[in-house]
Write a new protein. Structure first.
Length: 274
């Protein structure tokens, strides 16, 4: 019997597990390894697709499947297959994308499937995104993507334009069919109704056959709110957004201060009761 038997920790990557330089600290690595050796389940839930997560997988070293495409899929890396996906967006999403495309000519568009990210309309935000993620610059118009669409990402330069895009989406006649979330400072997403990292966490728990009452979620931004609310304990890092802070049960140290190691110490010391 290990001291962390049956406890599942799900973490966000950027701004949470990762330091600002996109590395995982040695303190976090050692604590995570100790947690796993003592019977804990450790993994991450991210907005990215499995094909572009090899570096993250090596860095985080989860011992169970991970959540991807913002909670829209659960992926088993050992067997290279999805255990669950939401199946894809309904066709009406193209109407919303076209509306934003026509209304906001400087907004970049990414069409994300369960296997690829297609850059459907370039701008400086998408250029930055390619650089920081290392994604291949696959270009395809959103109307020409034949694979099931997992989500849409808009790259938006200015704060006021993010708000304008959000209002335009919500006011669209088909807007009620979808959910919208801000995933980074310059990124705003369309997701299927009810799909978020909280759903990804619940589906992961089903796949593992473990207990939702023994789950811990750690995150920093608006798109982590769903899993912070869904987990038994939702823990925001100190550098979190206001929405993440309000959704969390606790706030821990920042991503620069080995937040996952601190969470694991707090579990061991009985701060979180299971």
């Amino acid at each position: 019997m290990g001291k962390f038997d049956g406890i599942l920790i799900c973490t966000d990557l950027d701004g949470t597990l990762y330091r600002n330089d996109k590395t995982v600290s040695e303190e976090n690595r050692e604590a995570i390894e100790y947690f796993k050796q003592e019977g804990g389940y450790f993994t991450f839930i991210t907005g990215r697709m499995p094909n572009y997560l090899m570096d993250a997988y090596r860095a985080a070293q989860p011992n169970v499947p991970f959540g991807c495409v913002n909670g829209g899929g659960v992926y088993d890396k050992e067997n290279e297959k999805y255990l669950w996906t939401h199946g894809g967006m309904t066709p009406e999403v193209i109407e919303l994308v076209e509306h934003i495309d026509n209304t906001f000519p400087t907004v970049g568009i990414q069409t994300v499937t369960f296997e690829n990210t297609f850059f459907s309309k370039q701008n400086v935000v998408n250029d930055w995104f390619i650089k920081v993620t290392g994604l291949p610059n696959l270009q395809r118009h959103y109307k020409d993507v034949k694979e099931p669409i997992a989500k849409i990402i808009f790259g938006i330069c200015y704060e006021e334009e993010i708000e304008a895009v959000k209002q335009a989406l919500r006011a669209h006649p088909k807007g009620h069919l979808f959910d919208f979330v801000r995933s980074e400072k310059h990124l705003f997403e369309i997701l299927p109704k009810g799909v978020d990292k909280g759903l990804g966490l619940r589906q992961l728990v089903k796949c593992l056959g473990c207990d939702m009452e023994k789950t811990v979620a750690v995150g920093d931004f608006d798109n982590d709110v769903g899993m912070l609310k869904a987990a038994r304990y939702g823990i925001a890092v100190a550098n979190c957004s206001e929405k993440a802070r309000k959704a969390a049960d606790y706030v821990t140290v920042s991503n620069e201060e080995h937040a996952l190691a601190q969470v694991i110490r707090d579990i061991e010391n009985g701060k979180y009761k299971f």
